[in-house]
Design a protein around this ligand. Structure first.
Ligand code: GRF
Length: 202
C-alpha cells in the first residue's frame, strides 16, 4: 500500500517507518515524504534514503490554512497515497484535510491518550505523578489527538526522571509502535480497524 509521511522536524519516527518499509514483507511502501518546513532534517533523511520528498512551506500561503492543505492534498493524491502517517507534523489540521483523509490518516502522539493531548506531554506526565506513560498511534479526526486509538506502548516513569530521560524512553517505544500499528492497520479489515483490536506493545 502506498503511504505518505508528513513531518516538520527531526523525523526519527519517519526513519522508523521508512526502515520498516524496506522489508518487502511490510505492507506499506513509502510513496512520499512531505514537510511544511523546507529545512526539516527529516526531509533530508528521506532524500538520502532515496525517497520522493516535497516541501510545501505553509508560510507561502499566509493565513490561509486551507489553501496550504489543498496543496498538500493534491501532492498526496498525485503521489498515489492510500494512507498518510503524521510523524511529528507540527501544524494543526483543518477539517478540510482530516475529512479528505478520514479513516486513512494516522498520527503518533507521545502520551497514553486520552491523557495529555497537546504539547509538553512528558513534563505534564511528571507533574501529574503518573507511574506509566507512553505513546499512542491513533486515527486523525477533527479534534486534536482525539481519534480512535490503533495502538499504544507503555513505559515506566522512574524516580527522579527528567522530562528528557522520559521522552527518550517513550521515543524508543514510538519507533517500535508506529511501524507495528501501521502494519496492523493496513492488514486489518478497514471496516473494523478503527474499533477493532487495538495493538498493545508492552
Ligand atoms: C514525537 O515525539 C511524536 O510523538 C510527536 O512529535 C515527535 C516527533 O519526533 N508527534 P520525530 O520528528 O519523529 O523525531
Amino acid at each position: 500500500t502506498p503511504v505518505a509521511i508528513l513531518l516538520s522536524g527531526r523525523g526519527s519516527n519517519a526513519t522508523a517507518l521508512i526502515e520498516a518499509a524496506q522489508d518487502s514483507a511490510f505492507p506499506a511502501r513509502i510513496c512520499l515524504v512531505l514537510s511544511n518546513k523546507p529545512d526539516a532534517p527529516g526531509l533530508d533523511m528521506a532524500r538520502k534514503a532515496g525517497l520522493p520528498t516535497l516541501a510545501i512551506d505553509h508560510r507561502t500561503f499566509g493565513k490561509d490554512r486551507e489553501a496550504h492543505e489543498r496543496a498538500i492534498h493534491a501532492a498526496l493524491v498525485e503521489a498515489g497515497a492510500q494512507a498518510v502517517c503524521l510523524a511529528g507534523y507540527m501544524r494543526l489540521l483543518t477539517p478540510y484535510l482530516t475529512n479528505a483523509w478520514a479513516g486513512r490518516m494516522l498520527n503518533i502522539h507521545p502520551s497514553l491518550l486520552p491523557s495529555f493531548p497537546g504539547l509538553h506531554t512528558h513534563e505534564r506526565a511528571l507533574e501529574a505523578g503518573v507511574r506509566l506513560h507512553g505513546c499512542t498511534v491513533h486515527l486523525v479526526t477533527e479534534g486534536m489527538d482525539e481519534g480512535p486509538i490503533l495502538g499504544q506502548a507503555a513505559v515506566p516513569v522512574l524516580p527522579n526522571d527528567t522530562a528528557d530521560e522520559l521522552a527518550a524512553r517513550v521515543l524508543q517505544q514510538e519507533h517500535r509502535l508506529y511501524p507495528l500499528a501501521l502494519q496492523h492497520f493496513l492488514t486489518q479489515n478497514p471496516a473494523t480497524a478503527a474499533n477493532g483490536a487495538a495493538l498493545l506493545v508492552a
